[in-house]
Design a protein around this ligand. Structure first.
Ligand code: ADE
Length: 252
């Protein structure tokens, strides 16, 4: 059984339309769609936004539905300067950028769950995603072709085709619409993208020894235009992420 989570309706709706539904169960305010996708037994669920929603959903998948692998699919704000709207990110590791201690100089990140005192090397704050799933996603990603931006969005001056990146994703209970915060996330964590759920799911999976995979597509660049771009590109980016997830289901 594979659990598939998206935070928003847009992030799961294409799969919801394809699922061969066996049953639907509502627990803690969320609908779990149990059925088959490409002959794989899956449970598809919309978690809602933020780390608590994501953690509750992941734990329910594991405890109630006996899920053995979790894939999170969705959109993210681009952090690294070379990312463009529509690009895909396969997370290799995830940090929670709002976890740590704050003194007069700002936030010092710590690994979620640890006491946020004393010293911690930045290399030690991440949770890693599952190596096997990551390698499968990485291999498949070389074979997929992502659609260009939808028509009518030329103002973005897109100069290249959407690309696929692998690396660090950061999570926090914050929608980032600030160039300076974006720079901080890049400089502090070497992050490719930021979102609001992946770190929680990765941590829950780590605690339960369940492999997890995190796929994101860029809907905005976490800058002052992020809110407007998010609304414009949420569907486009969400479907790019699902494109890869769909292919991954053939291989796991
Ligand atoms: N998801 C998509 N865009 C985001 C942003 N700018 N900040 C946090 N989560 C996001």
């Amino acid at each position: 059984m594979i659990g598939i989570i998206g935070a928003l309706e847009e992030e799961i709706n294409l799969l919801k339309n394809k699922i061969n539904l066996e049953k639907k169960e509502k627990i803690a305010g969320r609908n779990f769609y149990v059925g088959k996708l490409k002959e794989r037994e899956v449970v598809l669920v919309k978690s809602g936004v933020g780390k608590v929603n994501a953690a509750v959903t992941a734990q329910l998948l594991i405890t109630v539905f006996n899920i053995k692998k979790i894939i999170f699919t969705g959109i993210a704000g681009g952090i690294a300067p070379n990312l463009e709207i529509g690009d895909l990110v396969i997370a290799s590791r995830v940090a929670q950028h709002d976890y740590g201690n704050i003194n007069s100089k700002g936030l010092t990140p710590f690994k979620p769950g640890s006491y946020p005192f004393g010293e911690m090397e930045i290399e030690d704050v991440y949770y890693k995603v599952d190596n096997v799933l990551f390698n499968i996603a990485e291999k498949i990603s070389r074979e997929i072709i992502i659609d260009d931006l939808p028509e009518g969005t030329v103002f973005l001056q897109q100069t290249r085709k959407p690309m696929i990146h692998k690396g660090t994703v950061v999570t926090g209970d914050q929608f980032i619409i600030s160039k300076s915060k974006q720079k901080w996330l890049y400089n502090t964590f070497n992050a490719l993208a930021t979102e609001m759920e992946g770190g929680a799911v990765t941590q829950v999976c780590y605690l339960n020894k369940i492999p997890c995979l995190l796929i994101r597509s860029i809907s905005d660049k976490a800058d002052e235009k992020a809110e407007i771009n998010f609304q414009k590109f949420v569907n486009y980016a969400a479907s790019n992420s699902l494109l890869l997830v769909d292919r991954i289901l053939d291989c796991i």
